[in-house]
Design a protein around this ligand. Structure first.
Ligand SMILES: [Zn+2]
Length: 114
């Protein structure tokens, strides 16, 4: 079986951060959940809001993930995001040599925001 390295790279670029955010939120939720039984009431007033924040964080990660899926879907169906190489969606970034745009699909970069 041939593995499409470009597609793997693209998946990592698109989904690594949202997945990490989701997993981080869930892992910390699980971690603080285990500590819930032994908490003193004072500590509980801190941990409970923190757990809501973590739940929000994983929710945000899930939304982000979904958004990236939408972008990928639109790109695969011919939407033009402005990349000069593949038509993928670009992110506008600032680098050492000024503004540049980086494609989220093929990783291509070009100077300037467009
Ligand atoms: Zn591209």
């Amino acid at each position: 079986m041939e593995i499409n390295v470009t597609a793997v790279e693209r998946s990592v670029r698109l989904f690594a951060l949202p997945t990490a955010l989701m997993l981080l939120g869930l892992a910390l939720l699980a971690f603080t959940g285990g500590a819930m039984d032994t908490l003193s009431p004072t500590l509980e007033t801190v941990i409970v809001p923190a757990r809501w924040f973590l739940a929000g964080l994983s929710g945000l990660g899930a939304l982000w993930f979904a958004w990236r899926l939408v972008l990928l879907y639109r790109w695969e169906n011919g939407a033009d995001g402005g990349c000069h190489r593949c038509g993928g969606f670009v992110r506008h970034l600032e680098g050492r040599w000024g503004d540049y745009s980086k494609c989220m699909m093929c990783g291509g970069t070009k100077s300037g925001h467009y």
